[in-house]
Design a protein around this ligand. Structure first.
Ligand code: FES
Ligand code: FES
Length: 151
């Protein structure tokens, strides 16, 4: 067991847990933030995507030992009122189907738009390729991202 302190959605968070515990488990099972989803557990699906210091990362692959003094943002912290431009575009374009993958999709999209505010189709395809959607919402995801870019 170790005490690890990091910033989570803008607030200081201290965890007492096995330092090898992946962040995804800490978020869902220890802290109780269940917006971040478990998909594959092996870094292949993107359902568990959060931001580490503003960049999209797979929380199932991130031991909490690597988080000391770092800044983590989950879908719950993307905006205070759920009105981040990406979240608004997701609603405007009615992107979600079952919804399971969508928190991860939005966290990836927000990270993409932060580093590349006007991505090309190829940029979007490349960046989002690690986020899988069993329902096949890819076209609406792309439309939503492009609509944010055009604003
Ligand atoms: S659950 Fe982390 S990438 Fe699939
Ligand atoms: S909306 Fe169902 S898995 Fe993506």
């Amino acid at each position: 067991m170790a005490n690890i302190t990091f910033k989570l959605n803008g607030k200081s968070q201290t965890l007492t847990a096995d330092p090898q515990m992946p962040l995804l488990w800490a978020l869902r099972d220890v802290i109780g933030l269940t917006g971040t989803k478990y998909g594959c557990g092996v870094g292949q699906c993107g359902a568990c995507t959060v931001h580490l210091n503003g960049m999209a990362v797979r929380s199932c692959q991130l031991p909490i030992s690597s988080l000391a003094n770092q800044e983590v943002t989950t879908i719950e912290g993307l905006s205070q009122k759920g009105d981040h431009p990406v979240q608004k575009a997701w609603l405007d374009h009615d992107v979600a189907q079952c919804g399971y993958c969508q928190a991860g999709q939005m966290m990836s999209a927000a990270s993409l738009l932060k580093t590349n505010p006007n991505p090309s189709d190829a940029d979007i395809d490349a960046f989002m390729s690690g986020n899988l959607c069993r329902c096949g919402t890819y076209l609406r995801i792309k439309e939503a991202i492009k609509s944010v870019a055009q604003k």
